[in-house]
Every structure is written in C-alpha cells, then in structure tokens.
Design a binder for this molecule. Sequence first.
Ligand code: 26Q
Length: 827
Amino acid sequence: MPDILKGQTASQNPSSTQAIKAAFKKTMHDFIGKPMMTATPEDLYKALAYTVRSLLLERYIRSVETYLRKDVRTVAYFSAEFLIGPQLAGNMLNLGIMPQVEQAMEELGLDLSTLIDIEVEPGLGNGGLGRLAACYLDSLATLRIPAIGYGLRYEHGMFEQRIENGWQVEYSDNWLHFGNPWELYRPEVTYSVKFGGFTEGYRDSRGSYRVRWKPGMKVKGIAYDIPVIGYQVSNCVLLRLWQAEATEGFDFQDFNRGDFYGAVEQKVMAENITKVLYPNDNTMAGKRLRLQQQYFMVSCSIQDLLHNHLVKMKVKLTELHNHMAAQLNDTHPSLAIPEMMRLLVDHHHIPWEPAWDVTRQTFAYTNHTILPEALEKWPLPMFSELLPRHIEIIYEINRRFLDEVRIHYPMDTERVAALSLIDESDQKYVRMANLACVGSHKINGVSRLHTRLLENIVLRKCHEYWPDKIINITNGVTPRRWIAVSNPRLTELVTEAIGDGWLKDMERLHELESFADDAAFREKWHRAKKEHKNKIANLARKNFNWIVDPDSMFDVQVKRIHEYKRQHLNCLHIITLYWRLKNGIDTDMAPRTFIFGGKAAPGYFMAKLIIKFITSIAKVINSDPEIKNKIKVIFRPNYNVKIGQLVYPLADLSEQISLAGMEASGTGNMKFAMNGALTIGTLDGANVEIREKVGEDNFFNFGMTAQQVLDLKNRGYNPYDFYNRNDELKNVIALIESGHFSHGDTSLFKPLTDELKFNDQYMLLADYESYVKCQEQVGQAYGNRDEWTKKSIITAARMGHFSSDRSISEYAKDIWQVEPVDIKIGG
Ligand code: 26Q
C-alpha cells in the first residue's frame, strides 16, 4: 500500500480497521442477509460498498446541511452524460481509508483488489465529454465548491462491445443488474414533465395576457442521488440523475379507462425516455427520443433548482443568478434556457425582461466540438410538435435578439441569418449552439486552439457580436483516479520522492524533474512501468490467450473510433513496418506491441470497418512467423473507464494523431502523459499545450498544423498526388487492396482504400510521410532506455497543469464566481 493512500490514522473511530470490519459484518447481516460462507462475490463487493457508503454519507449529509444553512453560491453542472466509472476505489482513496479497508478485508480472508474488480461500471457516457463531467465533479468536491450535477439515469448505458469474426457487435449493457449501491433512491423528489399538445393564450385575473401549455403527455421524473466526495476533504457534491416513470393515476384510470393495453403502452412510452444512452460520439442523432431525453432532463433539473431556491432557501427568483451558476456541458442540455424562461414567465409570472436577465446571467455554455456533423440542430416540425411552448419562447428570444442585431448591423441580412436561432437555409431547424450562445453570459472552448477556431470559424459571428463572451478553459483530468487509483506503483514512487500533497496540488510534480538525473530513481521509474506491463501481459495471456512481450514498446491508441481520430493512419504505419520486415528492411527495429481500444457508433459504417481492419491486420501479422514477434497488434474489446485505468499506466507511447483542427481537446492525451507515456501527436486540441508544457524534446510532433490544413484545403487537396509521390505508401495500399489482410477478398477494405486515395476527408495521406518518419525517431529514442526514461519522468513532472483542479479553479473564477466552503465533520 503506497504511503499516500494511507490517509487517516487508525485511531479515528469509524474509519479504523476494526470499525470497518465490524461495519462490514453488520452490512452483510442487515443488507445482504446471508452468512459469509454463502455470499457470492457480488454480495461481498456490495457489503463493502455499503460500508464505505456509510462513511461517505456522514460527510454528504454534513455538506448538504452546511450548504442549506449558509445559503452558499452553488454550481449546477448540466450534462446528458456523466461517465463516472467504478466508484469503490476512488471513494476509499478520497476518504483516506484504503489501508484500513485492505487490512480489514485481509482479516476477513478477503482480497480487496478482487472486490474492487467486481464492480460493474455505470457506462453513462460515450467518451470524452461524459468523462470530463465526472472528473469535474471530483475536482468540484476536492476544491470544496458547493455543486450539483444534473443528468440522466439511463437504464442501459454504453453498449458492451464484443468482437465477433473481427467485427464489432453490440450487446446491451445492464449495469443495474446487481443493483447500484452508490445511489440513493429519492421517490419524494419528483417532477412532472410535459410533452406535445398545444398552447393557448388567456387573460389572468389582473387582465394580463398569459400562455398555458396543454400537454398531450406527462411523464414523471424521479431523482436518484449519488454523493461524490472530494479528496482528503469532507465536502461532497451531489450527482442527481433523473429516471422517467409513467405518472400515477394516468395508468389505469381517466382517459384510459377500459383500455388496459393502451394504458400499458403509454407507460412503456414514458419509461422509454431514460431507457438507453445514445451511443453517438461527435455526431448528432436527430432522433425524437433523444430530444425527449434532453428536455426531460432539463425540465426536471430546472424545476428542482427553482424549487430548492424558492422553497428551501427563500430566494427571490429575480435574484437567482446571485445564488447559483449553471454550466451547460455542450448544447445537449441547452433547452434549459427556454425552460427556465417558461417557468419564470408562465408559472412565476415574472415579466420577460427580468426573466431574460436572470436566465442569461445564470447560464454559461461549454462547446466541445467543431465538427459540423456534431453541431446540434433539430427539425422545426419535430421540435414544435414535442415542445410547442418552447418553440414560441425560442421565436420570441430570436425576434428580440435579431432586432438588436439589426440595429448594430443595419442591412446585413447575411449576418442576421447566421446569428438566427432558426436555420432557414433549406428545411427549417432550431440551432442549439446559437440558442446556447444567446442565452449564456460566457461560452468556453476546451483548449486554446479549439477556442481560437471557435472564435474564427464556428462561432465567428457570435464572437464579433460579443467580443468578450468566448473564453478558453483547457480541459483537465483528475489525478486521483487517473494516477492514484490506476497507477499505485507510480503514486508510491512519486510520493517517496517529493512527499504527499501533490495529488491535491499537481504543480508540485515539478519537484520530480530533478530526479530525472538520478540513475537509481530512473531505474525505479522504469521498473514501475515494467511491472505494470508484466501484470497486464499475464492478464492478457490468462483472459484472451494473447502473447505479448513486456520488453517491447507498448504503443497505445485508445479512444472512440472515428475517422478524424485516424486510427487507420496508425494502421498504415503498422503495415509499413510489416512490409519493411517482409522485405528484409529494418530487421533490427525495436519490437513493438500496438494496442487499440475503442467503440464505434453502431450506425457508423466506416468506424466499424476500421475495427475490422485493425483486427484483420492483427490476425495476419500476429501469426506470421517471419515477423518473429517484432510486431504485435492487439484490439482490446469493450474499452471503458475500467480498462482505461489499466491501460494508461502501461503505455510507453501515446498516439494522439487526429487531423489538426478536429479534436477539440482530447483528455486521454493527458492521462497517458501523466503516467509517463511519451506522446506522438499532431498539433491538435490540447496536444499543443501539452507539448508546450513538457517541452519539444519530449514530444514527438508530426503532420500539418491547423493552419496548413486550411491552406491545403483552400488550394484544393488531392490525396492521389501524395499517393503517387510515395512508393512505400503505394506498396502499403496495394498490399491492402490485394486482399492480404482479408483472405484474398479485394472488396472488403475497398471503401477504406478508395476513400483514402480519392477523397481522404481527414487527410491521412498528406500526413503519412511525416508520421512514418516521426515514428522512426520514436523507435530510435526508445532504443536508448535511459534517455527515454528521463523524458518519461520529465513529461510526468510537467503535467500538473492538466489536473482538472486547475480547470475547475478557472471555471470558478472566470465564469461562476464561486468560493470554497468549509465542511466540518465530527465536531
Ligand atoms: C448529440 C445529439 C444527439 C445524440 C448524441 C449527441 C452527442 C453525444 C455525445 C454528441 C457529441 C457527444 C460527445 C462529444 C465528445 O465527447 N466530445 C469530446 O469532448 C471532450 C471533452 O471536452 C474533448 O476532449 C474531445 O476532443 C471531444 O471530442
């Protein structure tokens, strides 16, 4: 057990080894109701989870009490996804009870790490955006900022990916099968959400004109609360997830009287709303049910916020923005803006202008993408049918806004059309990004480059209109999960060297830099990575019958599968090496193990073909005796948070090779580098800033810059020119086309090779040569183990900037204006 994981001393009562042991036994009795000897592994895990939860709840209850009593300024983080990952280990770490729990379990004849492994993770997100929300909750709690996260409790999270015959096959996720010990069911926290129907105007008793919404359907939202505790503090934030249920009374009475099947059908329809997470990442699925999910989440959350402030804290609603700040995680929750307006105006009878002032001063919006296919827009007919009152409100917001624009820019119809909340260029759409921009006081991008591209391209007109509205807050990740929990060996080593405290103050990692010159430390650093590689190599042999050499360089690309992320560029490099070996070239190359992981959106043909491509290459190369284990290719199925925690610590090389200008930030890039992997990457997203921090000598950069990409596109990009000019590239593509990786089938990968030769939207061929050359430098550098280890130490030492604590401090200061609040426990 690393020292840093040893938080409090055993004398502190409820967290002492003996107390934990006793609590565990009592939980076994009270909640599981079985003798230890008949308990299943899931029972044992659950008993421990409840034991830990009880320590968590003590702090959580104290946090809620304090926040209510002090009427503190609070942050509400709205997100359709919270990819929180497994909870047990992180909660024990943050509570500082790892050593006592380990000891208690040992005394009971149980192995803690086996219990930790049993937890099924809640896959309530797709990837980067959802995981970012989870890191931010950890940092909010750790920085003692009062906060609540609002999201959806999907019954089925991200699908389980299996590889069958080399292809991705999706199986439904059932994370709730054994129950979720971390959540508190709150049946009393419930709101009614309306859909469809129509609106009608009327005069109230004072003769004022008002609008009433007569819905076609009502759905009930019920809260499930998950407490999230900070690291070495007593502060908790709350993650409140909504689940849809049919409204009572609605079932078998009233208009459904006599129509039993009709009633059940309605119930099923209502409960479908939170049935499943849409597994799309960086593309928008224009599905009606998705729009229903978004509105359902937003309506429950805004009603809850207004209720808590008005009833519990007696806040005047026209003062709401002085008591809270709301952050929109992309446009997915941007209906919160018209929903807030609807409740303030229609229900609380606040006039439009003050209601609009409050709304705008409350919300801020984070943009996570510049890919045009990911910008949310909803067909107007679908939107109006589902949300007849909101479309009226959006039209009113738009009318007032565009009138204002016309005053500043008379006659500039092009600008007015670009800023409009309604896209009328072809069929009519509601533009969610424009809505989020108009309804927020701040907009932020997630890396410096991304923010610049927002200002100059995607939100150019918005930036011209409000030059101070767009700011940058570069993403960060929590070092608690992504170093301490996932890499205990490294954690121990760092703490030995520079003492503890760095997990809360990541800039202190700089103190590690001087150790890069210490040969003994370098040896330990190298051994820490090597031991992790050995462990995973053993697991790989045991679970998948994969033979990998822990002495080879582990070259890793794990992330969602997407053409812009260019996993297939990585493949072109692998085939280049393969071709060279087959032709007696480069036979002294340092052995490499290429590891891939990631899910493709189920409807994304090219992404699925890329998975088939990787697994096909793997099959041919791994079984080719001539390759003599110089190259191994592995596709780890079902990449998720849990697998991520195993993978980041074992990488020697981190692949961050998206086309410059396409990846908003990336966060995997940060997790790898913090764990001492060196990066091969383009100047895209946060790579730019990572390279700046770790230093050019410690970052393998290749490829065009975002500007060069634009220039080449403007000149007219012809991939065939690049193909023609490079013989090695031609050989590689010819090898694929020959059917070498597809049992002689020359058509299987034709969509891939044709796209590359004749279209190449993501410009792989333009970056190919530079990538392959850069990889040669990587290979040489890896040959000098001592130098490599030095770079690895320096890289990790300079990654403090990318802690989510830094990001959240910036949000707190530049957007939310919130301050930490002290929670006292046991006093
Ligand atoms: C939208 C509408 C309908 C259905 C699905 C969606 C949808 C869902 C998820 C659209 C996009 C997403 C996810 C986007 C995402 O994860 N973006 C990533 O965000 C990270 C955190 O900021 C960045 O680091 C990544 O660069 C960015 O790709």
